[in-house]
Ligand binder design. Structure first.
Ligand code: DGJ
Length: 768
């Protein structure tokens, strides 16, 4: 990786191992303009793709047509209101009421490493984490993070800062770009500074990135969803105009995802050019591709400008969150694996990242609110017998919460349910030999709570308006420091009250009624962003004070599954839909960007509570194995045959989790596309081992042959193949020996391996 500046042409060339990104400072008004993003180039000399030399409307030659020039120039960070009618990257309202912006190059710096972004999650130089150097990654107390990693690869990075000026507004705008030794990602963010021409400038839009692509027929891929149906892949041809997804819900959301891929029309898993963009942020966002009159495609990403404004007073700075972009010339799969590696090596800080997580059993789908100490102990005892390692007590243990209508904010134990208190329960569970984890929803307040009765103004709401309830609850105003301090003290008190080793941090509603009693009338537009900053501050305090805590973020299922939250927790609850078949699409979409080790996935009871489907226990286990793996059922009540399978699944998890957690993930077949079967692989980095999961969703009579061509293996290696036998918890004695070339180019015949719907198989390959 490298970043070079070619002085004569004023070109910046950013190289990752396989890609190049180039921009130029145009002679015209010093605009930073985009030149190239794609496969790695040897040299910086191009044939003027931005038409900067030949442009018929160059203002220096043809001042009367400046507008035409602006309207098709590929800007690195597009201006507002001066003649570029495509969407802009930033806008303001200055004290004179004007909204136009413009930015011109001033100076630049290129240096090793990557600065942290104040108050925001961000990728970091991986070497620093391995060495326990906390400064670069802005972690306060997590000194041992990632120390379990045995991989000694160089994980350095380099940063380019381009300082630009919008003189008319007295604004300094710094564009940041970072590249890594070991990854094809380019990370961008922006800093604004009011240099004092005006006492205050209101930022009304401050996106994090803009990339201009030229000349191909493109498709977009978005991850669309809903509650219990998160992140389904949605691919559409990119037509003219703006095509965007966004969230203005105060969280990244179930519905849309802070991700966009723009790929060549014919690109598939293994071929074609793909540009992926993911936003390291957990609040409102916009992700947009706009195809212009000249077939230029402008990709924008950042905080959704809807209901956003920020007062930048003289001397103050505003930092945007960062956007990660990955270009792959070898299809969608390579993009995926770059994101996975980037997140494992440069974003997730938890010391659990490279560790096998304890197999947990969560009582939510087992009992919902109807539990007490005895019930939990009975589950724990049985779970222990089967090899499960941790009991997680979900919602309903505090205040007088027997349903979802009350008590959020009252984080003291409901002694009617937990007789003898929380510590007593935890001690008992520990005595059985299980770890203990707990559920909390710290950001919320129920109108029926002691906290609300005492502090009605602590909820986000607009004076004079009846606030909109969702799940009978309101949201605490985390923009206010005293409320954040109170929330943290409550979480801290609970965690310190007993030997609690895991926390599920839930967030079950979106934000409405944006009003804060802590902000003046000119600053109400800051609340959405200040709320997210408040969440981040709380989570930073949490992981700093409890570095050994295993934190799992969650939001009504998977509404806040994003890179921002991964900075704090190594895993996130993927979806409230635990049905193995529904999970195929949900987990496939999620794993398009996020490593399998981050996806909370549990085996649950049937008929499934979300969809009523009955699937084999075995299949539920194989699908959950592609995530963190755990259980969400009453182990004392499920059929005996299923209970007996648990120890076999536990053995399966211990056997394969290292590979699943650390390996390369490859999509082989997608049920969403073929409507029959699903198949994915995880291959170890050295290609000596692989795990293939195949789920036959629908069976047919007189089936066509199903020859599965594997991927990602070494064609020159020879592998032994054995199926995992859920009956014994071991692999079959019977083995097949085949070359990697045969497995990939000729394939293996998996026709008729099973009879029935929802059946599945797990195949383990080992180099011999
Ligand atoms: C939503 C979560 O996704 C569920 O797993 C469960 O924790 C409930 N909230 C509890 O209210």
């Amino acid at each position: 990786m490298n970043i070079e500046f070619f002085e004569q042409e004023r070109i910046f060339k950013l190289d990752t191992p396989n890609t190049t990104y180039m921009l130029q400072i145009a002679d015209t008004e010093g605009f930073p303009v985009h030149l190239y993003y794609g496969r790695r180039l040897r040299d910086h000399i191009l044939d003027d793709p931005a038409r900067l030399k030949l442009h018929p409307f160059m203002p220096s030659k043809n001042e009367r047509e400046r507008c035409s020039f602006l309207d098709c120039t590929p800007f690195e960070y597009p201006n507002h209101g001066l003649g570029d009618y495509r969407d802009d990257a930033f806008s303001v309202i200055n004290p004179d009421g004007h909204t136009a912006t413009s930015l011109s190059y001033s100076t630049h710096r290129i240096y090793d490493g990557k600065p942290a972004i104040p108050g925001l999650p961000a990728t970091f130089e991986g070497n620093a984490v391995q060495k326990g150097d906390t400064a670069v990654c802005a972690v306060t107390n997590i000194t041992e993070t990632g120390s379990d990693s045995t991989d000694s690869q160089e994980r350095g990075c380099k940063t380019l800062e381009i300082l630009c000026l919008d003189e008319a507004n007295g604004l300094e705008i710094t564009l940041y770009y970072s590249v890594f030794d070991d990854n094809d990602a380019i990370v961008r963010s922006v800093k604004f500074k009011n240099t004092g021409k005006y006492n205050n400038i209101k930022l009304t839009k401050a996106l994090s990135t803009c990339v201009e692509l030229y000349g191909a027929e493109y498709d977009t891929i978005f991850l669309h969803g809903s509650w219990a149906r998160e992140r389904w892949m949605d691919r559409q041809p990119l037509g003219y105009g703006k095509h965007s997804v966004s969230s203005c819900r105060g969280e990244s959301s179930h519905q849309e995802h802070p991700f966009i891929a723009v790929c060549e029309r014919g690109a598939d898993e293994d071929h074609g050019h793909v540009y992926g963009f993911n936003f390291v942020y957990s609040g409102n966002f916009i992700a947009q591709a706009e195809r212009s009159q000249f077939d230029q495609v402008r990709v924008l990403m950042g905080i959704d400008p809807v209901d956003f404004s920020w007062n930048l007073r003289a001397g103050e700075e505003f930092h945007t969150p960062e956007v990660i972009s990955v270009f792959s010339a070898e299809g969608i799969g390579t993009m995926t694996r770059n994101f996975h590696d980037l997140y494992r090596n440069h974003l997730i800080r938890s010391r659990y990242l490279h560790r096998k997580r304890p197999i947990l059993i969560n009582n939510w789908e087992a009992t919902y609110f109807d539990f007490d100490t005895d019930k939990l102990i009975a589950i724990a005892k049985q779970a222990k017998e089967y090899g499960i390692e941790m009991l997680v007590m979900d919602d309903g243990w505090f205040g007088h919460r027997n349903d979802d209508n009350s008590s959020l904010g009252d984080w003291y134990v409901n002694e009617n349910k937990l007789k003898g208190g929380l510590k007593h329960l935890v001690d008992e569970v520990n005595a059985i030999g299980l770890k203990f984890g707990i559920w909390m929803e710290p950001e919320m307040i129920s109108p029926d709570s002691d906290l609300f009765r005492e502090h009605p103004d602590w909820a986000i709401q607009i004076p004079g308006r009846k606030p909109t309830l969702s799940r009978a609850q309101l949201v605490l105003d985390l923009s206010r420091k005293e409320i954040r301090d109170y929330v943290f003290s409550q979480v801290e008190k609970v965690l310190k009250s007993a030997h609690i080793e895991y926390l599920k941090w839930d967030m079950n509603r979106q934000l409405t009624d944006l009003g804060s009693s802590g902000l003046d009338k000119d600053s109400q537009g800051e609340l959405f962003h200040r709320y997210v900053l408040g969440v981040y501050e709380l989570q930073e305090r949490l992981v700093s004070e409890f570095p050994d805590l295993l934190l799992e973020n969650c939001s009504g299922g998977g509404a806040r599954f994003d890179p921002g939250m991964l900075y704090y927790s190594p895993q996130i609850w993927t979806s409230d839909d635990t049905d193995a078949i529904e999970r195929l699409a949900i987990q496939q979409g999620t794993a398009l960007i996020y490593p399998l080790s981050t996806m909370g996935a549990h085996v649950s009871d049937c008929p499934n509570h979300a969809v009523g489907r009955v699937t084999p226990f075995e299949t539920r286990g194989y699908v959950a194995l592609a995530g963190t793996f755990g259980y969400e059922l009453d182990v004392t009540k499920i059929p005996k045959a299923d209970q007996e399978m648990i120890p076999k699944q536990v053995a399966m998890y211990h056997k394969y989790n290292d590979l699943v957690r650390e390996g390369d993930y490859l999509r082989v077949a997608s049920y969403q596309e073929n409507h029959e079967w699903d198949c994915w692989e995880v291959v170890s980095k050295d290609k000596s081992e692989a795990l293939v999961t195949l789920v036959q969703v629908l069976n047919h009579a007189n089936m066509k042959p199903r020859v599965v061509k594997l991927k990602g293996l070494d064609p020159d290696k020879t592998y032994s193949l054995r199926y995992f036998d859920i009956g014994t918890g071991n692999e079959t004695d019977e083995e097949l020996v085949l070359g990697g070339d045969v497995l990939m180019y000729a394939g293996i015949n998996m026709t008729g391996a099973y009879n029935g719907d929802f059946r599945s198989r797990l195949l383990h390959l080992k180099e011999i």
